[in-house]
Design a protein around this ligand. Sequence first.
Ligand SMILES: [Ca+2]
Ligand SMILES: [Ca+2]
Length: 188
Amino acid sequence: MSPAGRSHGFGLLELVITLTILSLTLLTAAEALVSTIRAQSTVSVREVLDDQVRRTLGRLGDLLRQAGEGTVSEVPNGPSASSSIRFRLLRRYDVVTGADWSPECRLSLQLADGELLNGIDDDQDGRIDEGALLFESGGTRTTWCANVTAFEVSRYGRRLQLVLTCSARGAGGHLIEVRRTGHVTMRN
Ligand SMILES: [Ca+2]
Ligand SMILES: [Ca+2]
């Protein structure tokens, strides 16, 4: 091979090597970018879920602080947790006529269609016992929180412990779960 041919051959080889290195570099950069976007999406989904759980527990606390201890049912006294609570709210108190209680209210985990409360992912969507937190009063039902995977109420006398867990899928399809605990002291 002539010197000119060898020079041309080395040029092609260098070009192939350069393109290969460039492709690998671009591929690595693209993977890093996708990972960064997924990580940011995961943080975003987690922040949204955390805000939802925190706000819902705050709302529940504000409500249940007006509930009368003697009006509560569906939650046994002790460590056993319930996924629902029935109660009445104190509307006013008169020294002569006594307490005026609201109609009965109920908070409960309403399971999604196809789900049973059994610790199994019956509808195979990757979440176990998921549903929504419902508030019922006076014949009306309002959804207070979606994407709920656990609502557990425990009662120790006047004190209630509320545990709320919500979950959703991140950008990569993996499950993101947020769980918070709140405490409320009911009225006498
Ligand atoms: Ca499920
Ligand atoms: Ca289930």
